[in-house]
Design a protein around this ligand. Structure first.
Ligand SMILES: NC(=O)c1ccc[n+]([C@@H]2O[C@H](COP(=O)([O-])OP(=O)(O)OC[C@H]3O[C@@H](n4cnc5c(N)ncnc54)[C@H](O)[C@@H]3O)[C@@H](O)[C@H]2O)c1
Length: 431
């Protein structure tokens, strides 16, 4: 099949490359000349394990093409996926400007029959609006059906998540579009959920909000664990062994971040509000998430009394390991708060430093590795659980430090092991 993607970010490029690898001819439309030139040469512009190789292999095989010209992509394609960003507006609603701009361009370029699919995360009702726009701009004689196939991939494991998802949601009211999309997804694992467009749109928000709820629940239990002297890790192990609950996403830490959970929770609160439902549960989820970041900073402040003149090595900047995505990363709030309280911050991240620099205050210094970051530091604060931070040589780390204090924002160290090496250890929700 020949298909097109509008947008070449974490979702657009990953799914485009996977569908190309399955033997389809795939067109990717962008709007920035320099980026499209780089993509044509096999530079994915984002970090995702295995993506560079996949993109290059499929460019060489003549299956993956990049263009600035909608017509070049739309005309030969049976299916056109809209995979552009849907960031938060200041009031929390999803900003659909890029989705509607893409719909207009697709409409203008329409020839024959096409299936126009929103893969971006969009509020229920967006499919109808996309349909109206395509209809307004399409040339006479062309026709189309609207569908929604929300994406569930996780950055860092995007390729295998796309090939082996838990489910594929195909939302459309058109039998013909359903058949075409079912055929396209045949080689992909995962149960197919057929539904209407609005249901598919809501499944995505409901899924992300449920996961965010589990994280905030774990964080709330960690706050309580600290107050009652319990170990949150054992508490959640005990809770998660119940098959009805499960352990996944029941992890305490510095809160969720990234391009999806924060914006999708805010958007679902806004969607509910628009439909006269006050989603108090999700408002609490968001509040607990903000508290988780602050709780971590408070531990550092409490230990030192004042942060004036204190140097803190922050390890990990990306919102999670194996990605360079800095959108809504907890590190931004944590570092900003540490600086406001008078600390000096030396930061290190294995992959995300280039993307982090423009997002962080100018006074942050960057190190080449964890040991350099810790040199001269009064404390090390682990914010992202990159694998390379899990087994640091703590004896070597300690050598350059002014005082031996470890704030473990992800509970990746065993407290007794760290304390045996002479450190003061502070985790989340445990003594
Ligand atoms: N990142 C994830 O892990 C993830 C997972 C599931 C769903 N999603 C959803 O998928 C959508 C895309 O997310 P992302 O992380 O890939 O975003 P991204 O910011 O990485 O990529 C967005 C892409 O859209 C392009 N774009 C924007 N407007 C355009 C236009 N008018 N014409 C052509 N291209 C345009 C940008 O240049 C960019 O390539 C969002 O709705 C997001 O919520 C993201």
């Amino acid at each position: 099949m020949t298909i097109a993607f509008v947008g070449h970010g974490y979702v657009g490029l990953v799914t485009a490359a996977v569908f190309a690898d399955l033997g389809n001819t795939v067109w990717v439309v962008g709007r920035t000349k320099e980026k499209i030139e780089k993509l044509k040469k096999g530079d994915p512009l984002i970090y995702e394990p295995g993506l560079t190789e996949l993109v290059r292999r499929n460019i060489s095989a003549g299956r993956l093409h990049f263009t600035l010209d909608y017509k070049e992509a739309v005309v030969p394609s049976n299916v056109i996926f809209i995979a552009v960003g849907t960031p938060s507006k200041p009031n929390g609603e999803a900003d659909l400007t890029s989705v509607f701009a893409a719909a207009e361009e697709i409409g203008t370029s329409l020839v024959g029959y096409k299936v126009v699919v929103t893969k971006s995360t969009v509020p229920p009702g967006t499919g109808k609006k996309v349909s109206e726009i395509v209809n307004r701009f399409k040339p006479e004689g062309s026709s189309f059906a609207i569908a929604s196939t929300p994406e569930f991939l996780r950055e860092g494991t995007g390729l295998s998540d796309t090939m082996h998802p838990d489910r594929v949601v195909i939302g459309t009211n058109s039998d013909r579009a359903r058949e075409i999309l079912t055929e396209l997804h045949k080689p992909i694992d995962g149960k197919i959920v057929h539904c209407n467009v609005e249901t598919a749109e809501l499944i995505k928000y409901a899924s992300n909000s449920m996961l965010a709820t589990k994280i905030s629940f774990a964080n709330a239990i960690s706050f309580l664990s600290e107050r009652v002297g319990a170990d949150v890790e054992r508490v959640l192990e005990g809770v998660g062994l119940d098959k009805r609950i499960g352990r996944s996403f029941l992890y305490p830490g510095v809160g969720y971040g990234g391009s999806c959970f924060p914006k999708d929770v805010k958007a679902l609160i806004a969607i509910a509000g628009e439909h006269t439902y006050d989603f108090t549960l999700l408002k609490a989820v968001k509040q607990i998430n903000d508290e988780a970041r602050q709780n971590f900073v408070n531990k550092i402040v409490k230990h030192f009394g004042s942060l004036k003149g204190k140097q803190i090595a922050v390890l990990g900047l990306a919102f999670k390991p194996d990605t360079d995505d800095m959108r809504e990363a907890p590190s931004i709030d944590i570092i900003t708060s540490l600086l406001e309280k008078g600390a000096k911050v030396i930061a290190f991240d294995p992959i995300a430093m280039d993307k982090a620099k423009p997002k962080l205050p100018k006074s942050v210094t960057f190190a080449h590795d964890a040991y350099e970051a810790a040199t001269g530091a009064h404390a090390v604060a682990i914010v992202t659980e990159w694998n390379e931070f899990r087994q640091l040589d703590l004896v070597r780390l300690a050598k350059g430090m002014k005082s031996l204090v470890l704030f473990d924002g992800r509970n990746i160290y065993e407290p007794s092991h760290v304390r045996d090496l002479g450190f003061m250890y502070y985790g989340i929700g445990r003594m």
